[in-house]
Design a protein around this ligand. Structure first.
Ligand SMILES: *Cc1c(COP(=O)(O)O)cnc(C)c1O
Length: 373
């Protein structure tokens, strides 16, 4: 993508991208104070509060679960869980239908983890019967890893069915719920999720800088001594935070963490996850309905399309170039996303963040105005 380096665009544009995404002014303002990392004002009143609120957002069975925050983007969280939960005696089944499933495979390769992969095309979800067959025929699978919303396309994987099946086989479940957690109703206890990974800059609507893991306490404790990395040792990070009353092992992104607490408070003020999910769903359905009126077609079938991000086929016209489309929209203060899939020419529009149906309507009116194909 072309960028103009000598001129910074200072107009506050709306990010229609799935993280970093548009945050509220009050979330940004929460970063205007510096914090001391060993003072209770930070550890107890911010970090510990976030940890318990995250667990409460994830399940009603709060005693069985715990949470930990980890420096770095979402991938650091995924790598930390895979590298700490799966030990030398374990065998991991990785399900993939997009770039983030592929990234888990990449992590397993780098960490030399014994794994089996089940990959399906980017526009399809894994077949439960095939997963059952793999669990029946491949020996000794101990863990299964799956992405909830594959942000590559916006497809929603049938996580609840997969993790319920895993329970029958006593297989530990790892869910990359990066782009769904906070914007999708689920109870990780009811869904039999052992490790859920997400990050600050997705549906909770914070700014980027750390990931977090919500895990069954028993499974978190079982990670002790497994890690293949010092800084990505999930157990050690958790143990330091748990026993140190909110202490991070190494320098924490204090401003980002403070902003995240504000973002959680704003999620609660909005009415909680179900209300936020309803807003995202209205954003998504408004977008598709109006875009279809302009002749655009979504990549995915409705039955598997999430409310998080939508992929559209690029217009089939010689006059269309994504670059030009992107820059014309940017002039009007909207930022969209290129497509990420291999087989079709697409672009993506995110539905999450501090974005409302009227913003989506304005976006599509702008697309109608600028389109020259
Ligand atoms: C955003 C995202 C990630 C993490 O990506 P980072 O660039 O490391 O933050 C992982 N999985 C999914 C599904 C995501 O949407």
């Amino acid at each position: 993508m072309e960028t103009n380096n000598n001129q910074l665009h200072e107009n506050p544009y709306l990010l229609l991208t799935p993280g970093p995404l548009t945050t509220s002014k009050t979330v940004k303002e929460a970063m205007l104070q510096d914090w001391c990392t060993w003072d209770d004002d930070y550890n107890v009143n911010i970090v510990q509060q976030i940890r318990s609120r995250l667990v409460a957002l994830a399940t009603k069975n709060t005693e069985e679960y715990t949470s930990v925050l980890l420096q770095g983007s979402g991938t650091y969280g995924v790598e930390s869980v895979i590298g700490s939960a799966v030990n030398e005696k374990s065998r991991l089944l990785i399900l993939s239908n997009g770039a983030y499933g592929q990234r888990m495979i990449q992590i397993a390769n780098v960490l030399k983890i014994d794994y089996v992969e089940y990959t399906v095309p980017e526009t399809e979800v894994p077949d439960i019967r095939v997963i059952k067959q793999i669990l029946d025929t491949k020996q000794n699978i101990t863990h299964i890893a799956v992405v909830h919303c594959e942000t590559t396309t916006g497809i929603l994987n049938p996580v609840k069915e997969i993790t319920s099946l895993a329970k029958d086989y006593k297989v530990i479940t790892i869910v990359d719920a990066m782009s769904s957690f906070g914007g999708t109703t689920m109870d990780i206890h009811d869904w039999n999720i052992d490790f859920l990974i997400s990050s600050a800059n997705k549906c909770i609507q914070g700014v980027p800088g750390f990931s977090f893991v919500i895990a069954r306490r028993k499974q978190m404790e079982a990670c002790k001594g497994n890690a293949r990395s010092l800084s990505l040792d999930l157990y050690d990070q958790w143990n330091a935070m748990e026993s140190g009353n909110g202490k991070w092992r190494y320098t924490s992104p204090t401003h980002v963490v403070r902003a995240f607490l504000q973002a959680i408070i704003e999620l609660e003020i909005e009415g909680g996850i179900a209300v936020r999910e309803a807003r995202y769903k209205t954003n998504q359905s408004t977008l598709v309905q109006k875009m279809e009126q302009l002749g655009f077609k979504p990549l995915l079938s409705k039955s598997v399309q999430s409310h998080i991000i939508t992929s559209f086929f690029s217009p089939d016209s010689e006059n269309y170039s994504f670059n030009q489309f992107y820059h014309s929209l940017k002039q009007e203060n909207f930022i969209i996303y290129p497509g990420k899939i291999s087989k079709s020419d697409t672009f993506r529009i995110g539905n999450i963040g501090e974005v409302y149906p009227q913003d989506i309507e304005k976006l599509v009116e702008t697309i109608a105005k600028i389109q020259n194909w």
